[in-house]
Write a protein that binds this ligand. Structure first.
Ligand SMILES: Nc1ncnc2c1ncn2[C@@H]1O[C@H](COP(=O)(O)OP(=O)(O)OP(=O)(O)O)[C@@H](O)[C@H]1O
Ligand SMILES: [Mg+2]
Length: 279
């Protein structure tokens, strides 16, 4: 069986070029499975999911209805495993972003405008690689790539309600319920998690956070916005700056939540401008 291997969190990168295919040894298999899907190496479940993920046969999603459409990506449930989510770039999005970019960014490759690719890279950050498995409480596992008939698909955990529908976003939850004590506790737990792991994220926006209906209390999961947006990634190289970065994101998240709950007389851009000094 020929298998495509992609660098997975916690492993030395076996192939820098994701398009390169090579045979996997038994040993590599046993290393990859427990880290990437958190189940016992060599178990049937592991082998089944592994073959699903790394088979060369493209999966067909064209005929399926995405369960969500973000600005950049279409999100599907994996047709062969309903616990997995496949995210695919919207057609032409990376190209359009490059065309709209300011002149000093135009020299960058199209890939650097590819949201899926950048997210995949952000999944390789030390906060994720070094903190597994604890880190999976508030972020999905990223299993790498699958070939689809709409282009490369990035595969992560899918979060569902008890009825199998996509979990509610925090944005939705706040609109429906306001800032309940249950959600405030979940947000506090999420903040402690970020401070502890120093996970590097972009701004924490309520539509990129899910409210997972755990019992007895809900849990916050970040599903988009991993990594750094800044051109000068100091936080990548120093714990001091990483801490500052995390505090900034948490402060902004608090202001954003207050704005979501307000009458929205001001646009978010206006609020951001006013708050710039405190951010
Ligand atoms: N793993 C997941 N499980 C359940 N729902 C998800 C998952 N990932 C994404 N979603 C839903 O799909 C929506 C769009 O996903 P995502 O934010 O990843 O797309 P995007 O195009 O990058 O978004 P943006 O519009 O923020 O650029 C999310 O707001 C969320 O409601
Ligand atoms: Mg999003």
């Amino acid at each position: 069986m020929r298998i495509g291997v992609y660098p997975l969190p916690g492993l030395p990168e076996p192939a820098r070029n994701p398009a390169r295919w090579f045979k996997l040894t038994e040993k590599q298999l046993s290393e990859i499975i427990p880290l990437s899907i958190g189940c016992r190496a060599g178990s049937r479940q592991a082998a089944r999911i592994f073959m699903l993920m790394y088979s060369e046969t493209p999966i067909s999603v064209k005929q399926l209805t995405p369960f969500a459409r973000g600005d950049h990506r279409l999100c599907f449930q994996h047709p062969e495993n309903d616990r997995l989510c496949v995210k695919i770039n919207r057609e032409g999005k990376a190209k359009a972003l490059k065309e709209d970019a300011p002149f000093y960014k135009k020299f960058r490759s199209e890939r650097s405008f590819d949201d899926n690719w950048r997210e995949y890279q952000a999944f390789q950050q030390p906060a994720i690689v070094n903190n597994t498995p604890h880190v999976w409480k508030h972020i999905p596992r990223c299993y790498g790539w699958v070939t689809t008939d709409l282009g490369p698909g990035l595969v992560t955990d899918y979060y569902a309600t008890a009825d199998g529908l996509p979990a509610q976003t925090l944005e939705n939850y706040l609109q429906q319920n306001g800032l309940t004590t249950a959600i405030q506790s979940a947000l506090d737990a999420f903040a402690s998690f970020l401070r502890e792991t120093l996970l590097l994220t972009k701004n924490l926006l309520p539509h990129n956070l899910l409210v997972v209906e755990d019992q007895p209390a809900p849990r916050i999961v970040l599903i988009d916005g991993f990594g750094l947006a800044s051109a000068l990634p100091l936080a990548k190289h120093s714990r001091y700056f990483a801490r500052k970065h995390v505090e900034k994101r948490l402060h902004r998240m608090k202001i954003r939540i207050a704005w979501e709950l307000s009458d929205k007389n001001q646009t978010w851009l206006e609020v951001e401008k006013q708050q710039r000094n405190t951010f």
